[in-house]
Write a protein that binds this ligand. Structure first.
Ligand code: UDX
Length: 440
C-alpha cells in the first residue's frame, strides 16, 4: 500500500526551453518545489529577472508568480538541483541530426550528470522526445554509473504542448502518458499529476517504449492529416472544388474529426518536421518500410514551395518586384521560426529577384537572424506600400480584420496569395483584387 505522497514534491527540471520552462512553471503552479536548470547562464540570469527567452502567452506571469512564492527557482548548478529533488525531469532538446535521426546526446549528458550527483532515491522522468528504446538505454547507463549505490527509476512522460497554447495544454491536457517498467515509479508520477487528473484528464500508464512511441505516433498522425489535405488541395484547384468545404465535409465524420485538416503552406515548427523524420529513421533502423512517413515529409516540402508558383501566376516576372509577406513564424502566437514555411518561400522568391517587405507581430527578432536582404515593416499595411503582391504565410489574427480598400490603395498591384486561406475570396475579388488561395 503506497503511503499517500506529500502534496508537494521536490522537482528539478533540466533544460529551460519551450518544454522545460513550461513544465517547471506549471509543476510549481500545482504546488511543487521546482528548480529549473540550464547550462546557459545568460538565460538563467534572465529568468531570475523574469525575462522569458521566447514568446509564449501567459508564461512570464506564471514564472513571476511562482518565483515570487519561492516555489520556482533557476540555477546553472545541476548538482544543487539534483541533490535537492526527488524527481528529475530531463527536458533538453533532441534536434534532428544530418539524416533526420533524433540527436539524443544532450539527453545522455543529463543522465550522466544525474549519475554523478545522485545522493538518494530519484525518479528520472524523460520528457524530451526520444526514439523508442532510449529510456531503457538511459536506465542501463545510469545503472552502470550508479552501481547500486542509490535506487532510481526511469519514467517516460512525453509532452504534447503546442506552442502558443503550451500552458493550457499542460494544465488541461487531452491526456497524460506515463511509461514505466515498475508500478511504484508509475504511481509516483501519477500522483504528481493528481491535481490535473482531478479535472478529469485521462492518464495512460504503459511501458517505456509504448509511451515513447505514443509521442512520435501522435505528431506523425497530426502531420499526416495536414499533408493529406495539402496534397488534396491541388486536386481541388484542378476541379474547382473548395478544400475548406472538403475539410468540413469529411471532418463531420466523427471518426475523422474536424481539427488539423487545414490545407495551407505546409507545417513547420520544432516538432512535426523533426518527429516525422525521426520516426521514419526508427522504422528504417528496424528494416521496416516508412512509405507513409516519407510521403508526409515530401508532400510538406513540396507544399511550402507550391506557394511560389501561385505568386508568379499573379506577378509573372518577379525581378525587382516588391512582394509583401505577412507572417514569418511557423504558426501564430509564437516567435519560433524553426522550419517555418516563410523561410522556403522567401528564399525562393528572392532567388527569382523579388524584393521582400515582411511583417510579423513578434518573430521579427528571430527572423533577422535567418533572412538576408529583406525589409521589415512596422505594421501589416506598411509592408504593402508599393507591393506588387501580398503573400499571407502565417495566419495571425491581426491580419483578419484589415481595411481591404486601404490595402488596395497602398499596393502597386492588387494581388494576394492567401497561403492559409484566412480570407473569403469573393470579398477581395469584388473590389478588384486578384486572389489566389490554397485548394480553392
Ligand atoms: C505540435 C503538436 O501539436 C504538439 O502536440 C506537440 O507536442 C508539438 O508539436 P506545435 O508544433 O507547437 O505542436 O504546433 P501545431 O499547432 O501542432 O502546428 C504545427 C504546424 O502545423 C504549424 O506549422 C501549423 O501551421 C501547421 N498546421 C496545423 C497546418 O498546416 N494545418 C492544420 O490544420 C494545423
Amino acid at each position: 500500500m503506497l503511503l499517500p505522497l506529500p502534496f508537494s514534491m521536490k522537482i528539478s527540471v533540466i533544460g529551460t526551453g519551450y518544454v522545460g520552462l513550461v513544465t517547471g512553471a506549471c509543476l510549481a503552479n500545482i504546488g511543487n518545489d521546482v528548480i529549473c536548470v540550464d547550462i546557459d547562464d545568460e538565460r538563467i540570469s534572465n529568468l531570475r529577472r523574469g525575462v522569458i527567452p521566447f514568446y509564449e502567452p501567459g508564461l512570464r506571469e506564471l514564472v513571476e508568480q511562482n518565483a515570487a512564492q519561492k516555489r520556482l527557482m533557476f540555477t546553472t548548478d545541476s548538482q544543487l538541483a539534483i541533490e535537492n529533488s526527488d524527481v528529475v525531469f530531463i527536458a533538453v532538446g533532441t534536434p534532428s541530426d544530418g539524416n533526420g535521426k533524433a540527436d539524443t546526446a544532450a539527453v545522455f549528458q543529463v543522465a550522466d550528470t544525474i549519475a554523478r550527483f545522485i545522493n538518494g532515491k530519484k525518479i528520472v522522468v524523460v520528457k524530451s522526445t526520444v526514439p523508442v528504446g532510449t529510456c531503457a538505454k538511459i536506465k542501463e547507463r545510469l545503472s552502470a554509473q550508479i552501481k547500486g549505490r542509490f535506487g532510481f527509476d526511469v519514467v517516460s512522460n512525453p509532452e504534447f504542448l503546442r506552442e502558443g497554447e503550451a500552458i493550457q495544454d499542460f494544465m488541461v491536457p487531452d491526456r497524460i502518458v506515463i511509461g514505466a517498467d515498475n508500478g511504484e515509479a508509475a504511481q509516483k508520477i501519477v500522483a504528481l499529476y493528481k491535481a490535473i487528473e482531478r479535472t478529469g484528464r485521462p492518464i495512460v500508464v504503459t511501458d517505456l517504449q509504448t509511451a515513447e512511441l505514443v509521442k512520435y505516433a501522435s505528431n506523425a498522425m497530426l502531420a499526416a492529416r495536414i499533408s493529406f489535405m495539402n496534397e488534396l488541395s491541388h486536386l481541388c484547384e484542378k476541379v474547382d472544388a473548395d478544400v475548406k468545404a472538403v475539410a468540413r465535409g469529411i471532418g463531420l465524420d466523427s471518426r475523422i474529426g474536424s481539427r488539423f485538416l487545414q490545407a495551407g503552406a505546409g507545417f513547420g515548427g520544432s516538432c512535426f518536421p523533426k518527429d516525422v523524420r525521426a520516426l521514419a529513421q526508427i522504422m528504417k533502423e528496424h528494416n521496416l518500410p516508412s512509405d507513409m512517413l516519407d510521403a508526409v515529409e515530401s508532400v510538406n516540402t513540396r507544399q511550402k514551395l507550391s506557394i511560389v508558383p501561385k505568386v508568379m501566376k499573379l506577378v509573372p516576372d518577379l525581378k525587382g518586384k516588391r512582394i509583401a509577406v505577412w507572417g514569418l513564424s511557423f504558426k501564430p502566437k509564437t516567435d519560433d521560426m524553426r522550419e517555418a514555411a516563410s523561410i522556403a518561400i522567401i528564399n525562393e522568391l528572392q532567388k527569382l529577384g523579388a524584393n521582400i517587405a515582411a511583417f510579423d507581430p513578434v518573430a521579427e527578432i528571430s527572423a533577422r537572424k535567418i533572412f538576408e536582404g529583406i525589409s521589415y515593416a512596422e505594421t501589416p499595411l506598411g509592408a504593402l506600400e508599393g507591393a506588387h503582391a501580398l503573400v499571407i504565410v502565417t495566419e495571425w489574427d491581426l491580419f483578419r480584420e484589415l481595411d481591404k480598400a486601404k490595402m488596395k490603395e497602398l499596393m502597386a498591384a492588387p494581388n494576394i496569395v492567401d497561403a492559409r486561406n484566412i480570407y473569403d475570396p469573393k470579398d477581395f475579388r469584388e473590389i478588384g483584387f486578384s486572389y489566389v488561395g490554397v485548394g480553392r
